[in-house]
Design a protein around this ligand. Sequence first.
Ligand code: 1GP
Length: 241
Amino acid sequence: TSIYKQITQAKQQNKKLLAILIDPDKIKWENVTELIGKIQQSPATHLLVGGSLVENKILDDLILKLKATLTIPIVLFPGDPSQISAHADAILFLSLLSGRNPDYLIEYQVQAAPILKRTKLEVISTGYILIESGNETAVARVSKTQPIDRKKLDLVLATAQAGEMLGNKLLYLEAGSGAKNAIPLPMIQLIANNIEIPIIVGGGIVTLQQIQEAYQAGADVVVIGTAFENNPHFFDEISQL
Ligand code: 1GP
């Protein structure tokens, strides 16, 4: 079964999913084996690989190395079309719906399409909504877009619904990596109550309690990047989850 099907089935059964995000630019090759061990010990159900700007040319090698050991799906989370590796299992085919930069709405997708056609990657159309988080994050800087005001719940909902109507299969509510404030829980709740497609929530989630709260609010997948990057023991107290 496809990765997307697994996600929708988990949603139907109210099973929550957890993704670790690794940014190839922040990885030191000599630490990869140790990192893989930590991911294996973690409760992660998916591994996201990508970043706003990846200059490191290790993507293919990194994914091959991850695949050699890990059994969880490896899903690309690209900042631009240079971050495509045929060795991954799937790709979040993102459209930055909160922004008004045509490059991130359609231009990069046009560039990526013929590349993706030559791979066996599962392409998962994902509406990507960036929410203002109290600090400038790399996504806003690199995409040159304005995040949506965290108080404008109606606008976020309309954006999410437009994404669903356009055929997006997933919706990603993003506060940005290293966000000061994570996605507000009432926002997750509102979106979850008003759209059918699974919701990914990430950015600035640094405690196990925040993970649980995001799930309770209606997140289907929670993404952890920085917290795990800074502390490989982050998931050790997982019995609390
Ligand atoms: C960023 O949502 C992810 O795209 C994860 O963010 O690094 O803050 O966990 P953090």
